[in-house]
Structures are given as structure tokens and as C-alpha cells.
Design a protein around this ligand. Structure first.
Ligand code: PHE
Length: 358
């Protein structure tokens, strides 16, 4: 009888051993320990044995039962961990595989142009500053030496927002120049910042969109002069347009917040209707600039006898159109996927002066 039990145990251990998955193991378990299992039935049979055999047989049966239960548990843990391993290796992702370029989105040329300008000017020591697109009158106008009745306010075709309780009217910023003010309020000179961002004017035709982008530049130090302004812009524009020699010309202009003020043109040719940046007979207006007006410095609590500097404002759409040969301004904001696929840029190729811009 005891031999018979040992034989049963060996058979069960053998079938536990060969069970190759959790389902097979479960079948073995039910066959042995389930209600009608081989071991359970023997347990039930204990009652019909003579009392003298019952004890030894019972003890032996219990030992067999627990060794089988233990073996099943150990095997279950083994199978479960093998199953997990298989699942993990099944679902693993090879991060070193190249992405499929055809399925990627594209960066908008505006984003690319800003990234390139930030890469170049960042290399020249500028840091990026930001300001709100909904501005107050003070930052967009007054502190920039444009007092309430100044005609320049009309020139700006301002979008006004509803009047606030205190009677003030927020505006959608008409240029990035208010970031000059916010920077001067927050940072002690010497400083070099650029502020790329959206700007708004109530104007819409072939060459104007109500929302467009600018990059503001501001340098304040003790001896910064117009020569620095010229050198800075010349270096930046040559790097941006990727030409060795870039003709650059300054024309006197007027901005209330700079004195003297200038507009800068770059040399180009228009042979056969196509614009080529660099040589040639023609000129293209590219930016506004000047030496920061004393009144602007004073409005920000900076002593104009101690500090001076320059500012410039670039039109991002214009730079993108010239560099990438995009003929129509309004297509920038059509959200046409075919256009974006054609004019857009690969998102993983961050522009840098060392690796190349585009
Ligand atoms: N804010 C001016 C504009 O939008 C550009 C500018 C910026 C001019 C900084 C001079 C200095 O037209």
C-alpha cells in the first residue's frame, strides 16, 4: 500500500516535470489534488481502512500530498516567469532602429527659421526672452516712447481687446518690442536677448497677414555703439543666408524707440525672376533697427548716461520666404499638408552652426 503511494508520487512528480505550460500543470493539479483527484480519493478512502493502518498510511499520504503541492507551486513559479520573459521579448522595441522618414510630420518653415536664428544668435551670446502676446498699453506703446496721442499708434493697426474694469484696454502686441521693456524691467544690464514670437496687426492683403512673426534683438552695455549693431547684423545675416559676402546697407528711418533709427537692406539679384541673396544689383529690406532711445532706458529705470545699446526687429516670414524661395506669404497659414510636406523640415535635425542650419 505504501509502495503504491510512492509509485503514485513518482508518477505525479514526473508529470509535473514534463508539464510545459501553465494549462498542462493545472491538469496535473486537478488530476491529483482536485475533488476527484488521485490523492483526494485516497484521502477519502482513509475512513474505510482498519484503524491500525489508518495512522501510518494517513501520515504517509499527507507527506505525499504536500510534496506534490510544493512541486506544483515551484513549477508554477518557473512557468510564470518563463511566460513573462517570452512576453517581454515579444513586445520589446528596438530603439536603435531608424524611424521611417515618410511617416514623420514636418516642422513649419516659421519654426525652422526661428530655430536657425536662435542657433546663430545663441552662438553670438544672445539668450531667448519671451513676453505675452496680449500686452498692456504701457509695454506695447508708452514705455517704447509712443505716448497716447502719438501718430505711430495709428501706424500699427492695433487689435484692441475689450476694456477692462480699470478702463485700460489690452492689445494684441503689434511687435516684439514690448519684450525689450519686459527684459529691461527684469534684467540688469549688460544684456543680450532675442525674443522670437507672434505679433498681430489688423492688416490683410497679398503681403500682410493679421498674425505674423518677428524676432526682436536687444543689446545693452556701457559702450555698445552703432558699429556693433552693424557687425552683429552682418554676421547674423551672412550665417543665416549661408553666403560669404553679404552686401548690407542701412537707410535712415524712424522708430519712436530708437535714435538714430535705420532700416537695413541686403543685396540680391533678380535674374530671371528668381531672387538670389548675395551679389547683384538689387536691394531687399530685411529689418528695422537703431540705438535704443534714452526715453526707453529711462522708462525702465536705467540711466542713459551710463548705459546704451541697440535693438533690431526681423520679420520671420520674410526671412523664410527669401531663404527658402516661398513666393506667397499667405500660404504660410493655409494649413495645407501638401504645402507643409513640400516646404517643411525634418523634426529631428536641430539647426546648429556646427552641424549645418538646414
Ligand atoms: N518694432 C519695429 C517694428 O515692428 C521693429 C524694430 C525693432 C525697429 C527694434 C527698431 C528696433 O516695425
Amino acid at each position: 500500500m505504501t509502495n503504491d503511494l510512492d509509485q503514485l508520487r513518482d508518477e505525479l512528480l514526473a508529470s509535473i516535470d514534463v508539464a510545459s505550460d501553465l494549462a498542462a500543470l493545472e491538469t496535473v493539479r486537478v488530476g491529483a489534488l482536485g475533488k476527484k483527484g488521485t490523492i483526494s480519493q485516497r484521502m477519502q478512502g482513509l475512513g474505510s481502512l482498519p484503524p491500525s493502518d489508518r495512522k501510518t498510511f494517513g501520515q504517509h499520504l499527507n507527506l505525499v500530498k504536500s510534496s506534490i503541492a510544493e512541486a506544483i507551486n515551484a513549477k508554477r513559479i518557473l512557468l510564470e516567469s518563463a511566460q513573462l520573459d517570452a512576453k517581454l521579448s515579444d513586445e520589446s522595441i528596438d530603439v536603435s532602429l531608424p524611424v521611417r522618414p515618410t511617416e514623420l510630420g514636418r516642422l513649419h518653415p516659421i519654426t525652422q527659421t526661428i530655430d536657425e536664428a536662435v542657433a546663430i544668435l545663441g552662438e553670438m551670446g544672445f539668450v531667448v526672452a519671451e513676453g505675452p502676446e496680449i500686452e498692456d498699453d504701457f509695454h506695447n506703446f508708452t514705455a517704447l516712447n509712443i505716448p497716447p496721442e502719438h501718430p505711430a499708434r495709428q501706424m500699427h493697426d492695433t487689435f484692441y481687446l475689450p476694456e477692462k474694469e480699470d478702463g485700460s484696454r489690452p492689445v494684441l502686441r503689434t511687435h516684439t518690442s514690448p519684450v525689450q521693456i519686459r527684459t529691461l524691467e527684469a534684467v540688469k544690464p549688460p544684456l543680450r536677448v532675442i525674443a522670437p514670437g507672434r505679433t498681430y496687426r489688423c492688416d490683410s492683403d497679398m503681403t500682410h497677414t493679421p498674425m505674423f512673426h518677428q524676432i526682436e534683438g536687444l543689446v545693452i552695455d556701457k559702450e555698445t555703439h552703432f558699429g556693433h549693431l552693424k557687425g552683429c547684423l552682418l554676421n547674423f545675416l551672412a550665417a543665416f543666408f549661408e553666403v560669404e559676402e553679404l552686401p548690407l546697407r542701412f537707410r535712415p528711418s524712424f522708430f519712436p524707440f530708437t535714435e538714430p533709427s535705420a532700416e537695413a537692406d541686403i543685396g540680391c539679384s533678380r535674374d530671371g525672376g528668381e531672387i538670389q541673396i548675395g551679389g547683384g544689383e538689387d536691394w531687399l529690406e530685411i529689418l528695422g533697427c537703431g540705438m535704443v532711445h534714452n526715453n526707453v532706458l529711462s522708462a525702465c529705470g536705467i540711466d542713459p548716461d551710463e548705459y546704451q545699446g541697440f535693438a533690431f526687429g526681423l520679420g520671420v516670414e520674410r526671412m523664410a520666404m527669401l531663404k527658402y524661395g516661398i513666393p506667397d506669404l499667405r500660404t504660410f497659414f493655409d494649413a495645407d499638408l501638401r504645402w507643409l510636406k513640400h516646404h517643411g523640415f525634418m523634426p529631428l535635425e536641430t539647426p546648429s552652426l556646427v552641424r549645418g542650419l538646414s
